[in-house]
Design a protein around this ligand. Sequence first.
Ligand SMILES: Cc1ncc(COP(=O)(O)O)c(C=O)c1O
Length: 398
Amino acid sequence: MLAVHENRIADAVSRLGAENAFQVLARAREIEATGRRVVHMEIGEPDFDTPEHIKKAAVESMMAHDTHYTPSAGIVELRETIAEYASRLRKMPKAYTAANVTVSPGAKPIIWNILSAIINPGDDFIYFDPAYPAYGSASTYLQANVIRIPLLESRNWRMDLDELASRVSDKTKAVVINSPHNPTGGVLMREDLERIAELAHKHDFLVISDEIYSRNFYLDSDFVSIASLPGMQERTIIVDGFSKAYAMTGWRLGYAIMPEKLCQTVTLFNNNTFSCVATFVQKAGIAALTGPDEPVQKMNAIFRERRDRLVTGLNQIPGMSCTLPEGAFYAFPNVQQITQDDKALASFLLEEGGIACGGGSSFGPAGKGYLRFSYAASLDDIDYALAQIRDVLPRFKG
Ligand SMILES: Cc1ncc(COP(=O)(O)O)c(C=O)c1O
């Protein structure tokens, strides 16, 4: 019976990838269910609670009967709020309007819908390596000609721009960038963005700029969006959302900002897939963007302290070395002196030490020989994790 169903699965499914962090999470929960302590550093989600005023706005909205379908692009009030917020945060030369914004249940589905709206089979589609797995999964599914540009540990995980320049051409449909970056915590500098913008103008490609970590930013300078550079607003699609900045991962609320015509096409995919986002969740989003900013700043100050503790500790472990992440909440230590098999090491640390983390190669070939630790864990958990790693590592047979 089961075999018949298996035979009916579409061939295209073999082109889909998956986010490994969710698989590690499932195994970590199994171990936890046996009563063992597990420190969760595998999944990219703030461990803080969603700020009170945001939850209150959702409850009030629900009690006011905001429980029906809404337009596929999102309610106008939220789209206007996002347009105003995004223009201010990014110091846009020309303010965005609601017509540039489309809202989704998390940023992940909007990435899928954006790629569906722009990729023809065989189009050159460029992203970096290692990367958040969604870009590779969707673009491979859509039969793009995928080109991966390595990020360089020696440049604190910024892109190899000479390599990018040699791989873009008039066949390039789009280049994805993600700064601050998952999984390395790297941040692209203004001069990197200027060079990418120059190439975009020269070869007429779109830039998809995943800025979901724009508020998880630890440099003293301001966050810079490529969309704000001269002539780039017309060719940039910004991806952003509420999961990371406001500790709202489970609410499922994200959005993208782009030129109006493209926005209508992406919204057509929203219409065909999830229809719309729950109204009370959208009202919570308005409260997040218009309410006090202190909770975001407080969470970031705590992330920064955890980052410093974790990175210092990782660098003291024989065989590991870790660059200082400048944004997001991930540390990406090099473990090549210990092993090339990062997934085996991640699995060993979970099974033997109760420390859940990700193998770098699940983010692409250039992640081989690295681990990803999310420092969305308390200082106490981080200290325990470091002690456990030091304790069990000598038994690892790489
Ligand atoms: C780079 C990046 N983009 C997008 C997302 C999607 O986030 P969400 O779907 O929760 O909005 C994530 C989540 O981990 C991410 O790391």
